[in-house]
Design a protein around this ligand. Structure first.
Ligand SMILES: [Zn+2]
Length: 360
């Protein structure tokens, strides 16, 4: 099969489209023909070099495709079936895994990080990772909770849309619901509206009837963020985030900040919290080292929480909303797998709104 592998760490030039042997599924695995694999910032971090990645290595976390064959011990899947993959690897038998806390498993990693991912034509995975894509979305369910965003609802998810869901919607769900414990009607600041996590977090917060404030670098992105459901937009190049948040919230601040930008926004994010507010962070795209004034943390009784991916239970929970048409993936652009270098360059320019998807 064809795959994209890296044999050394570095810029987009280290991505090599090449022939590799077809994977042989074990008896308890499913072989999937990859049709779409969405990019995440993780792909760039791994490409540049992360500990625990052995070379040569195949990137790619968010996979949708069709079943080619299922191993002898597998039941319930048939060739041709459309599926998406849970974007993670875990042992599935330790105390954490059997308690449903897969993202605390000692072996836990994201697909495409310390294990090979989906920038290829075929991938063999354990059945626990394989989730069928419904042929049509359940609009009866969708009607029960009206959505606020104006993205057209498709009849069903195509492979590119399906691949745009797992990592970012799971991450945002775990941050807002699993970690911050969002409650109806709270005020939420979502950093980086145009990112996959930002787009997911805005929509999930609106499911809880939250008042959502978001940030982006230009008016066009803010306009699109409002279409996804944001109530207020802040241009982080022209406006000071915490000052705008104070104006919008009548000087109170927000209950929850969804952080994934890191160094560039950290101070403004902390200042935007109301007393006893909660900041949840899942990433640091502009750098991981930040200052923290402890007097501010204890006197204002702030909670600062880390969040990494989520559990299988949470993935099924958030997918139920996606399959009901209440939460919608946004695809920015697709590239053929062999043009992966251009896709990485496009991502590093940060001009996108939504997911960049590689098609195979
Ligand atoms: Zn485990």
């Amino acid at each position: 099969m064809k795959a994209v592998r890296i044999h050394e760490f570095g810029g987009p030039e280290v991505l090599r489209y090449e022939d590799v042997p077809d994977p042989k599924p074990r008896n308890d695995q499913v072989l999937v023909r990859v049709r779409a694999c969405a990019l995440n910032h993780l792909d760039i971090w791994v490409r540049k070099g992360l500990p625990g990645v052995s070379l040569p290595h195949t990137l790619g976390s968010d996979i949708a495709g069709e079943i080619v064959e299922a191993g002898e011990y597998v039941s319930g899947f048939k060739p041709g079936q459309r599926v998406l993959l849970a974007p993670m690897h875990f042992c599935n038998h330790c105390a954490k895994c059997v308690a449903g806390l897969q993202n605390q498993c000692p072996e836990f990693t994201v697909l495409g990080n310390r294990v090979d991912g989906g920038n290829c034509e075929l991938i063999a995975v354990p059945t626990v990772n394989v989730i069928p894509i419904p042929d049509s979305l359940d609009f009866n369910q969708a009607a029960a909770v009206p959505t606020v965003n104006v993205i057209p609802i498709p009849d069903s998810l195509d492979f590119n849309q399906a691949a745009s869901v797992p990592l970012v919607f799971l991450t945002a769900w775990h941050m807002l619901v699993g970690r911050a414990g969002i409650r109806t009607g709270q005020a939420v600041l979502v950093l980086g509206a145009s990112s996959g996590v930002g787009i997911a977090a805005i929509q999930i917060a609106k499911l809880f009837h939250a008042r959502v404030i978001t940030t982006a670098g230009d008016e066009k992105k803010l306009e699109r963020a409002r279409a996804v459901g944001a109530d207020h937009g802040i241009n982080h190049y022209k406006q000071k985030i915490s000052e705008e948040v104070k104006k919008i919230t009548n000087k109170e601040g927000v209950d929850i900040v969804i952080e994934h930008v890191g160094a560039a926004t950290w101070e403004e994010s902390i200042k935007s919290l109301k007393p006893a507010g909660t900041l949840v962070t899942c990433g640091a795209t502009t750098g991981p080292n930040v200052g923290l004034e402890l007097r501010f943390v204890y006197s204002r009784q702030l909670s600062i929480l880390g969040s990494y991916m989520g559990t299988m239970g949470e993935l099924y929970e958030v997918l139920a909303h996606v399959f009901a048409g209440r939460l919608k993936p946004v695809v920015d652009r697709t590239f053929p797998l062999e043009d992966i270098r251009a896709a990485h360059e496009h991502m590093e320019k940060s001009q996108m709104f939504g997911k960049i998807v590689l098609t195979a």
